[in-house]
Ligand binder design. Structure first.
Ligand code: ATP
Ligand code: MG
Length: 494
């Protein structure tokens, strides 16, 4: 009988509302990457090298990795598990490529919110395209899809080894970004006018839905164009993927903020520190930074909605055990606290969230004021590090990850892979058709390993404060007894 009979998964998957694909009916065909027909050109890197080790890296045949390598038994998660017999295509450099490198023009566009690593992605795509393939041109489109529209296309910028040389040292995106719809017809007009053969779209779910439209329009016009997405989600909420760039950096930065909140809170009697982190639908940053910092007393994520009353009860419980409390809250938590039906949207149609950090601060301040006699000298410090996190340069691990993702993306796009994104699953770089990738969102499974760890390092209403204190005192007493024994022993020998 295994000790732990809970499911071993740490995330679950939910369908995305406006998806055109029903996730419960995904087939192997939906996971098969579209590839432009014909690979007439020898990979230029291969032409220059003849050592066996290098040759082995260039594969024409597609290799696969199991979608889920675990035996089916005991897997109890929501849907993609029902397809765990499926395989995903491994990304690789190909010996023969579809596009003639010397005649190939590559375009890059970055859309949506900022994320650490965007410049690294732009740089690696450019350098691989120029140095490895010797492509004709690399063009950077300014300010998101606007830069590909009729109004924006004249702002397109030539990318060279010189222009991208140092950009990885900085956060943000050298190309700029934007939100808001642009007609796919105008975007494809731009691709035609500039002779772009491959478009790399670096962005989130919205950007990738846009990529599908662009690829479809290009096909309708019989253009030989590949569109390949580099998924950008700091929240790490991409399905079929275990890691997205910027997430690790975000957790690291969130831990810095939690540390500060901890110092502030613990330095005051009944001090409360609140840190709001990113996570619109999925609380991975909040959960992971709570575990990593081990300094948060409470963690609130959208997947585990609780009422204001429960939040206050948890704070009371914390104050039975300690004189300070650190709260980590994901931005998507508590959206059910207010009627958000008429909430405004951004230019892309994404709902603007209520600022739960500010809401939580007011809630806690009101509670402390009402209970002044119980919690004298109380204080609340609120930290919102969101922009500091989004806008910083990636850490070393994310920087390397961006380089690997982007380099492989160029290899695959040159070989004709299209309508897909590149991602990482079980430490393997894979390609996923965009339609499948945007049909499901990855969320924290509150019955899974990750959330269980969060619960272990934070306060739970089911924690019995009195018995926890009793256990702690008993442990202390035992330590004192051992020490006493050893002193008596030492004395007896004198
Ligand atoms: P993030 O969520 O991280 O901010 P995102 O890529 O989702 O990134 P959005 O602003 O939603 O950011 O979308 C980026 C671009 O993609 C915008 O120009 C938007 O108009 C376009 N876009 C969004 N959804 C669609 C869609 N369903 N079809 C076509 N284009 C879309
Ligand atoms: Mg989005």
């Amino acid at each position: 009988m295994p000790i732990d009979v809970r499911p071993r998964v740490s995330s679950k998957h939910v369908p995305v509302k406006d998806s055109t694909l029903d996730p419960s009916r995904i087939t192997q065909e939906d996971l098969t990457v579209r590839r432009l027909a014909g690979r007439r050109y020898l990979n230029p890197e291969l032409a220059q090298k003849d050592d066996v080790a290098t040759l082995g890296c260039f594969k024409n045949e597609v290799e696969y990795v199991m979608y889920d390598p675990r035996p089916q038994k005991n897997i109890t998660s929501t849907f993609p598990m029902s397809m765990n017999r499926f395989v995903m295509e491994l990304a690789s450099a190909r010996a023969n490529v579809h596009f003639n490198p010397a005649n190939t023009t590559i375009g890059i566009v970055t859309c949506g919110g900022l994320c650490p690593g965007l410049n690294d992605v732009i740089r690696s795509i450019t350098l691989t395209a120029i140095r490895t393939y010797g492509v004709k041109r690399v063009i950077g489109f300014r300010y998101g899809y606007w830069g590909l529209s009729a109004a924006g296309r004249d702002t397109a910028q030539e990318l060279t080894t010189e222009t991208v040389r140092y950009i990885h040292r900085y956060g943000g995106t050298m190309l700029g970004s934007s939100r808001g719809p642009q007609p796919a017809s105008e975007i494809v007009d731009t691709l035609e006018k500039l002779g772009v053969n491959i478009l790399f779209t670096v962005g989130g779910d919205g950007t990738q839905k846009g990529s599908i439209r662009i690829a479809e329009e290009a096909r309708r016009r019989n253009l030989d164009v590949a569109v390949l997405g580099i998924p950008k989600t700091i929240d790490n909420d991409l399905s079929f993927s275990h890691r997205t760039f910027g997430f690790e950096t975000a957790v690291e930065q969130a831990c810095v903020a939690i540390r500060a909140a901890h110092s502030e809170a613990s330095s005051h009697m009944f001090g409360i520190g609140i840190v709001k982190v990113m996570g619109r639908e999925s609380g991975f940053i909040a959960a992971q930074s709570t575990i990593s910092s081990s300094q948060a007393s409470l963690c609130f994520i959208p997947e585990n909605p609780v009422s204001r009353e429960v939040v206050l009860n948890l704070i009371k419980r914390r104050f039975e055990l300690s004189t300070y409390c650190v709260i980590v809250v994901a931005e998507g938590f508590g959206q059910d606290w207010a009627d958000c039906s008429g909430a405004p949207t951004d230019a892309s149609g994404n709902k603007k969230l209520m600022d739960i950090g500010v809401e939580m601060k007011h809630l806690v301040e009101g509670f402390l004021k009402k209970n002044k006699a119980l919690y004298p000298q109380s204080t609340v410090k609120y930290i919102d590090p969101s922009y500091t996190i989004r806008a910083c340069a990636p850490n070393a691990s994310d920087a390397a990850f961006c380089t690997n993702l982007s380099t492989l993306a160029v290899h695959e796009a040159m070989s004709g892979a299209t309508d897909c994104i590149i991602s990482m699953r079980y430490n393997q770089f894979i390609l996923v058709p965009i339609k499948a990738a945007v049909s499901i969102r990855k969320m924290v499974d509150t019955r899974g390993m990750l959330w269980r760890m969060v619960r272990e390092v934070t306060i739970d209403l089911s924690n019995d404060a009195a018995s926890a204190q009793k256990r702690e005192l008993q442990r202390e007493l035992q330590t004192v007894s051992v020490k006493r024994e050893s002193i008596i022993n030492a004395l007896s020998k004198l």
